[in-house]
Design a protein around this ligand. Structure first.
Ligand SMILES: [Zn+2]
Length: 406
């Protein structure tokens, strides 16, 4: 616990209260924060001078009649964070205001090898365009947050290793290069995208109010996790925390790009499932999956659709995938003991039955007689989730700055 003066504490509580509410009369604040009206008034005046709080007019008068109270709210357009997400084959960017609204988005497909230096240049140019945009005029840019794939050192700001961009140097000093070219004295943050996605779930998604949870994101090839324990994002000694794509779910399973065998991501990746579907044609030609399609055109989405419609082979295959998920998740559950697991990525389309199946299988794995209470849900976020996570993290860091409460 950081030592803070009473004044700083009051300021912080009041700012936090306004972050979590829309426009409110002063009496709501005094009641929630339990300080006197003159103190609250003084704090509000301080932040109105800064431009962080605004008065929005008058509310309803009380039942007893009397004056209509002034209403206050956080000026969400006071400042913003620039969020940049480098995906396996795309760049997604946005500006996030103080109430976590994504204001303007940028999306670009990356369809050729891009070097580390070139990627920095691209991101700097996108960020500069955001800064020059009409909306950003007169607003304070509070920080820039970059979400990267692969293994990232958030403390040194380096990209350690990126399987999707093998041409990048190892331990490439991403933040230093970005800061030099962006040329503005503000904080620049960098982290692995899955960790930032967990931040988005916590601040505006399915994990609001949760201290112990994780997100699992399964994409075309990789599977990653962002693990939050007691409210803190896990990084680990080697920055490997959350690399659950390489926990073993089946020792006799498929080979993995990492050199291992039977890794979670090798087993459930879209690439592997598509392979299974192609092979399945020889033995399950009658399955509805293959009706009207050549085996080469069948995809994981056909599997989801036909499993829901009751096709025996589709159900069998999805059951195998659920077993892989249960094994993979069981390993993480026994280490981090989450109350909630949020599934992101392609499996969001697999339907509620898929989650129920994973839960059932999990209940039969470790410690079947001990209470292991947790829920598994699908995310509400789509492809924007990486940039959303970066933006949420940026805004949370802005409100963590001690200067704001001095
Ligand atoms: Zn692996």
């Amino acid at each position: 616990m950081k030592r803070q003066s009473v004044k700083q504490n009051n300021r912080r509580f009041i700012v936090d209260f306004l972050r979590n509410h829309e426009e409110v009369p002063i009496t709501h604040i005094t009641k929630a924060v339990r300080v006197s009206t003159p103190t609250v008034k003084k704090v509000l005046d301080h932040y109105m001078n800064l431009g962080l709080v605004i008065m929005t007019g008058k509310g309803e008068s009380t039942l007893e009649g009397g004056k209509r109270p002034e209403l206050y709210r956080l000026n969400q357009e006071y400042g913003y964070a620039i969020a940049l997400h480098v995906g396996p084959d795309f760049i997604y960017g946005g500006m996030t205001d103080l109430k976590l609204q994504n204001v303007q988005s940028f999306h670009e497909i990356v369809d050729r090898p891009v070097s580390d230096e070139e990627m920095v240049d691209k991101l700097v140019s996108i960020a500069k365009d955001f800064r020059k945009s009409k909306w950003a005029e007169g607003k304070k840019l509070v920080n820039v947050v970059i979400a990267l794939p692969g293994i990232v050192n958030a403390y040194t700001g380096e990209s350690i290793y990126s399987p999707h961009y093998p041409q990048w140097q190892e331990n490439f000093p991403f933040i230093r290069k970005f800061a030099e070219r962006f040329d503005m004295d503000i904080p620049i943050f960098l982290d692995g995208v899955n960790r930032l996605q967990a931040c988005a779930e916590r601040m505006k998604g399915k994990a609001r109010g949760k201290q112990d949870f994780l997100i699992v994101d399964a994409m075309e090839e990789g599977v990653g996790a962002g693990i939050i324990v007691q409210g803190t994002i896990m990084h680990g000694f080697n920055n490997l925390s959350g690399e659950i794509g390489h926990v073993i779910v089946d020792p006799r399973g498929p080979d993995c790009i990492c050199g291992g065998t039977g890794c979670f991501e090798a087993a459930v990746s879209v690439k592997h499932i598509n392979e299974l579907l192609r092979q399945g044609y020889d033995t399950h030609r009658g399955s509805a999956i293959y009706q009207g399609k050549s085996p080469a055109d069948v995809s994981i989405r056909d599997l989801f659709i036909h499993a829901k419609q009751g096709d025996a082979y589709a159900i069998e295959l999805l059951d195998l995938i659920a077993a892989y998920f249960a094994n993979g998740l069981n390993n993480v559950i026994m280490i981090s003991d989450p109350e909630l697991i949020i599934i992101q990525g392609i499996y969001v389309e697999a339907g509620q039955g898929f989650i129920e199946n994973i839960k059932k299988k999990l209940s039969e794995l470790s410690l079947p007689r001990v209470k292991r209470e947790f829920d598994i849900v699908y995310t509400d976020f789509g492809i924007e989730r990486g940039a959303l996570g970066a933006g949420c993290y940026g805004i949370s860091q802005f409100f963590e700055e001690q200067e704001l409460y001095r």
